[in-house]
Design a protein around this ligand. Structure first.
Ligand SMILES: Cc1cc2nc3c(=O)[nH]c(=O)nc-3n(C[C@H](O)[C@H](O)[C@H](O)COP(=O)(O)OP(=O)(O)OC[C@H]3O[C@@H](n4cnc5c(N)ncnc54)[C@H](O)[C@@H]3O)c2cc1C
Length: 393
C-alpha cells in the first residue's frame, strides 16, 4: 500500500509530493491530465508571478471570520521566504519587479519544469489521465478509483484545485467527494474575475489608469488604483479583479454593487481647465483617454476653458472623478483566475492541513476557502499548503 496518494498535479500537488517524498514517504500523484502543472503555463500572462515581497493574511480573503489565524498559521510554517529558499535550492533563477517574483526566463514553464524536474529526480510515480471518480474510506486508509483502477493509500492529499479555468483540469470535482466524507463546502464562486457593467460601446478596448472604488449597498468597501479595461461588455484589469473578491460574493447575496471610477486624481486636468485659450475637450484629453472624454462629456455652448465659470469647472471635475457603473454580473469560471469558497477552514487543522472530520485526509491549494489577491498570492498559497500537507501527512 502507498503511504501517500496526492490527487492533482498542480502547484499544490507538486509541492505536496516533493515535501512528502523528502520526508521519506512513498508517494504517488494521480493526475487527470496527460501532463503536470498545466494551469501554471497560463499564470501571470505566461510569466508566472509565483510570490510577492509583501506577504501576510491581509492579502487573502475567505468567507470565514477565522481567516487571519488560519492564514498566519500556514505562513508561519511556509511563507514567501521559505518558497524562495526552496527555489534557490532547486536552482531556479528569478527576478523581482515591484515586489512581484517571476522566473528569470520570464516563462511560466520554467516554474513548472523546475517542479517536474524535482518530481522526476526524486522518482515520484505519476499516474496520468487518472480522473478521480470515487474515494472510499477503508479501515487502513483510502481507496481511490477512476472506475477502472483502484489505488490504496494510508493517507491522501486532495489538491484538485477549484473551478477556475476548467480547461486546465480543475473543475471542482473533489468538492462532491469531500462532502461525502463529511466536509462542508462553501459555495464556490469565480474570484479574480471581470465585472459586468453597462457602458457606451465606444469605450470598448479602452485601458485607463484610474482610482476605482467598490460600493456595496452604498458603502465604499474597497479601493484600488490601476488600469481599468473595457472589454467585451465587462470591466476588466487587475484593479477590477481585486475588487471582484468582494463584489462577487456580494452579488451572490443579492446586494447592490457599484463601481465608481475617478479618472482625474493624480492628474493635471485641473491645471489644464484653468488655462486660457484651450478648447475644453482638448484640455480634458490631456489627462483622460479621448474615448472616455467623448463618451461622458457633451460639449455645450461654452467650448473654451476661459468661458467656464467655477460651477461649470467643478461640474466637469465631479463628472470625471465619479463615473459610476452598476454591476450586473461577473465573469464565469472560464475567465476567473481563482475560486472563492471551497472547503470550510473550520474543518481543517492549519498546522497540518489535515481534515478534522476525516483523519488521514489532507487538503491543499485552491480547494480551500481561502483566496489570495492578484500578485503571486494564490501560487504561494498552493505552495505553502502543499508543503505543509506533504510534510505532515
Ligand atoms: C489565467 C490565470 C492566471 C493566473 N495567474 C496567477 C499568477 O500569476 N500568480 C498566482 O499566484 N496565481 C495565479 N493564478 C492562480 C493559480 O494558478 C491557482 O490558484 C493555482 O494554480 C492553484 O493551484 P492548485 O494546485 O490548488 O490547483 P490547480 O493548479 O488547478 O491544479 C489542480 C490539479 O488537479 C487536477 N485534477 C482536478 N480534478 C481531478 C480529478 N478528478 N482527478 C485527478 N486530477 C484532478 C487538475 O488536472 C490539476 O492538474 C492564475 C490563474 C489563472 C486561471
Amino acid at each position: 500500500m502507498t503511504d501517500i496518494i496526492i490527487v492533482g498535479g498542480g502547484v499544490a500537488g507538486l509541492f505536496a509530493a516533493i515535501s512528502a517524498k523528502k520526508n521519506g514517504a512513498n508517494v504517488i500523484i494521480l493526475e487527470k491530465n496527460d501532463s503536470l502543472g498545466k494551469k501554471i503555463l497560463i499564470t501571470g500572462n505566461g510569466r508566472c508571478n509565483f510570490t510577492n515581497e509583501e506577504m501576510d493574511s491581509s492579502y487573502f480573503v475567505s468567507s470565514s471570520d477565522d481567516k487571519d489565524r488560519f492564514v498566519d498559521n500556514v505562513l508561519n510554517s511556509f511563507d514567501n521566504s521559505s518558497l524562495i529558499k526552496m527555489l534557490d535550492e532547486l536552482g531556479m533563477s528569478y527576478y523581482v519587479r515591484e515586489g512581484y517574483y517571476y522566473p528569470k526566463t520570464d516563462e511560466a514553464a520554467t516554474f513548472r519544469d523546475t517542479l517536474i524536474n524535482e518530481v522526476e529526480r526524486l522518482g515520484i510515480q505519476v499516474i496520468y489521465n487518472f480522473n478521480l471518480r470515487s474515494i472510499e474510506k477503508v479501515h487502513d486508509g483510502f481507496e481511490l478509483s477512476n472506475k477502472i483502477d483502484i489505488y490504496h493509500a494510508k493517507k491522501i492529499i486532495l489538491a484538485t484545485g477549484g473551478n477556475a479555468a476548467p480547461k486546465t483540469g480543475s473543475s471542482g470535482d473533489a468538492y462532491y467527494y469531500l462532502e461525502n466524507l463529511g466536509h462542508s463546502i462553501i459555495k464556490p464562486l469565480p474570484a479574480l474575475t471581470t465585472l459586468k457593467a453597462d457602458y457606451p460601446e465606444t469605450l470598448l478596448g479602452v485601458n485607463a489608469l484610474a482610482n476605482i472604488s467598490l460600493l456595496i449597498n452604498g458603502q465604499n468597501v474597497a479601493s484600488e488604483r490601476g488600469f481599468i479595461k473595457y472589454y467585451k461588455g465587462m470591466l476588466s484589469g487587475i484593479p477590477i479583479y481585486q475588487l471582484s473578491l468582494k463584489a462577487v460574493p456580494a452579488l451572490n447575496r443579492g446586494d447592490s454593487v457599484k463601481v465608481s471610477v475617478d479618472f482625474i486624481s493624480d492628474s493635471n486636468m485641473v491645471n489644464a481647465l484653468n488655462r486660457t485659450g484651450l478648447r475644453v475637450k482638448k484640455a480634458l484629453c490631456q489627462s483622460i483617454n479621448p474615448k472616455i472624454v467623448n463618451s461622458y462629456y457633451k460639449e455645450g455652448s461654452k467650448v473654451l476653458t476661459e468661458q467656464l465659470d467655477n460651477e461649470e469647472r467643478d461640474g466637469i471635475i465631479q463628472l470625471f472623478s465619479n463615473v459610476n457603473y452598476e454591476i450586473m454580473g461577473f465573469g464565469s469560471f472560464d475567465v476567473a483566475q481563482s475560486t472563492s469558497g471551497g472547503v470550510d477552514i473550520s474543518e481543517i487543522n492549519p498546522v497540518t492541513m489535515e481534515s478534522k472530520v476525516c483523519s488521514g485526509l489532507f487538503v491543499a491549494g485552491e480547494i480551500i476557502d481561502i483566496t489570495g489577491r492578484c500578485g503571486g498570492y494564490n501560487i504561494q498559497w498552493a505552495a505553502s499548503t502543499g508543503v505543509i500537507a506533504g510534510r505532515k501527512a
